[in-house]
Design a protein around this ligand. Structure first.
Ligand SMILES: C[S@@+](CC[C@H](N)C(=O)[O-])C[C@H]1O[C@@H](n2cnc3c(N)ncnc32)[C@H](O)[C@@H]1O
Length: 210
């Protein structure tokens, strides 16, 4: 097994081990508050959304409450089980994993959300993942990709994310930058650790203007 695969296995094992302590805090985050600075990046009318690394499905349920249909992708069994137990109409779950999303056959999604996941991928995985995701989206589909900056948590390793490299990988995948917003973390522990976020709004089939 290579270093890249080992890193991903370590991340997912870390989430699996900590899931009992993470499910309630994840679900307690208020999506209206979390997404307030980037609300304009989300689709205004109902569409089919793929939420990758969906965790407990908090964001998927919020999106469903806005009228969207959501396919939630989550590789950690305990998170998927917690999400499925909420029985939310309009949210379907798939056990799948970046970068290949090998078990996800649907295409033509109108929007993609990747929230709090990118820091757990290596650069080679990111370079595979973005074209794979772009191939699953409809023309002119949007995507919100949050980039976490700052130290990780014991047991769930993170890697630095270069904004320029992310945008050049996106451009190679046919995705262009529509907007960018930088925020502080809303979680007190992450605030104390100095974690910040860059939120990217990307769109398929555009010329990169950055
Ligand atoms: C910080 S949590 C964010 C969860 C959710 N998006 C949220 O905002 O609450 C990171 C999530 O990414 C998932 N994850 C980690 N590596 C992944 C991979 N290679 N493919 C898909 N999801 C992954 C974890 O299982 C976890 O659910």
């Amino acid at each position: 097994m290579g270093d890249v695969e080992e890193f991903g296995l370590k991340v997912r094992a870390g989430y699996a081990n900590a899931a009992d302590n993470l499910i309630a805090p994840y679900d307690a985050i208020d999506c209206d508050h979390l997404f307030a600075p980037v609300r304009h990046m989300f689709p205004a009318s109902p569409t089919h959304i793929i939420d990758i690394g969906a965790g407990t499905g908090r964001d998927a349920r919020w999106l469903a409450s806005l009228g969207h249909r959501v396919t939630a992708i989550e590789p950690v069994d305990a998170f998927r089980a917690a999400g499925q137990a909420r029985r939310c109409d309009g949210v379907d779950w798939i056990d799948d994993c970046l970068p290949d999303l090998a078990k996800t056959t649907a295409t033509g999604f109108g929007f993609c959300l990747i929230n709090g996941v990118w820091q757990h991928l290596t650069d080679p995985e990111r370079a595979i993942a973005l074209p794979r995701i772009a191939s699953m989206l409809a023309p002119s589909a949007g995507m919100v990709l949050s980039l976490r900056h700052g130290p990780g948590v014991q047991g769930r390793p993170v890697l630095p994310i270069s904004l320029d490299r992310t945008l050049s990988t996106a451009a190679k995948a046919g995705m262009a930058l529509r907007d960018r917003v930088d925020t502080q973390s809303i979680q007190p522990g992450n605030q104390r650790a100095g974690v910040t976020w860059t939120w990217l709004s990307l769109e398929t089939g555009l010329t990169c203007d950055r």
